[in-house]
Write a protein that binds this ligand. Structure first.
Ligand code: GLN
Length: 284
């Protein structure tokens, strides 16, 4: 029989040889997931033996990760804004980068505001806002029915209530109880990768995360344009719009917002110092 540490070491070697970026961390996290324990337990009980069946299961999971399946598809979870989110292959795995968007949105949200999250995916942005601010009304839309199932489960898990609507951007609102009703804030982390760049993404992202959540068209800006178009009808005068952007899209998305007549257009950097959010205010 092998100990926790011996197995972790084996797992880590296998992953490293396969070129997995965070081999050590992933080998540990897979062990934590398998045993249903936290990091402290692994550190304190590293010499404990693992039963044959569990050891075999561990190495099977390591093999899955070795084939570049994202760790979060193995564990089914991702932490975001200190909250726990369920994930699967139908949603983009919440990125830490996106916390920048939530933090910016939190600055401008006030009690009772109506918030629209377009391309909500796992729901991580909207659910975090509802969880940390008082009494917001939240609507999330997505073109994927499967994604919305995940979002609904995440809302329940995090004890917030939101309305999730299926459809293509504002098309999801039309014909619903929200049709023609305006929002105080629109947030979105839309697909924004240029189509030609998709092939160069990490295997974990390219082959396992939903293409629909990544591909922003030829120049990556398709969805920003379409979301901005709907602000005439769906954003109140003085209302705010906040987008997550790719590191090289700050200028382009700011220009689009200014052309659309938005005021106070600003680019915000994330913790890594990269342009990450563009925000603006609709003129009154
Ligand atoms: N930031 C994401 C990535 O890691 C892309 C997210 C998006 O297109 N909205 O590829």
């Amino acid at each position: 029989m092998k100990s926790i540490n011996e197995l972790r070491h084996m797992g880590s070697m296998i992953l490293r040889e396969a070129g997995i970026a965070d081999a050590d961390i992933d080998a540990s996290l897979i062990m934590q997931y398998l045993l249903g324990v936290d990091k402290d337990h692994i550190l304190a009980h590293g010499t404990d033996e693992v039963g044959e069946a569990e050891a075999e299961e561990y190495l099977k999971l390591i093999d899955v990760r070795k084939s570049h399946v994202p760790l979060q598809h193995i564990t089914g979870h991702q932490e975001f804004m200190g909250l726990d989110f369920t994930v699967n292959e139908h949603v983009l795995i919440p990125r830490q980068d996106t916390e920048c968007l939530v933090e910016e949105a939190m600055i401008v949200t006030e009690d009772k505001m109506r918030v629209l999250d377009m391309c909500t995916g796992s729901g991580c942005i909207l659910i975090s806002l509802l969880r940390y601010k008082n009494d917001l009304e939240g609507v999330g839309t997505d073109i994927s029915k499967e994604a919305l199932k995940v979002a609904a489960e995440n809302a329940k898990r995090n004890k917030v209530s939101a309305l999730f609507l299926e459809g293509d951007l504002y098309g999801a609102l039309e014909g619903s109880s929200e049709s023609g009703k305006r929002f105080d804030i629109i947030v979105s982390n839309p697909p924004y990768i240029r189509s030609s760049v998709i092939g160069t993404l990490m295997e974990e992202v390219r082959d396992h995360e939903p293409l629909k959540a990544l591909d922003g068209g030829e120049d990556g800006l398709d969805l920003y344009r379409r979301i901005m178009e709907g602000t005439d009808e769906y954003l109140i005068p003085g209302g705010r719009i906040l987008f997550e952007i790719g590191y090289d899209q700050g200028q382009a998305v700011s220009d689009l917002l200014k052309e659309k007549g938005f005021a106070d257009v600003e680019v915000v950097r994330d913790l890594a110092g990269l342009d990450r959010v563009v925000k603006g205010r609709k003129r009154i």
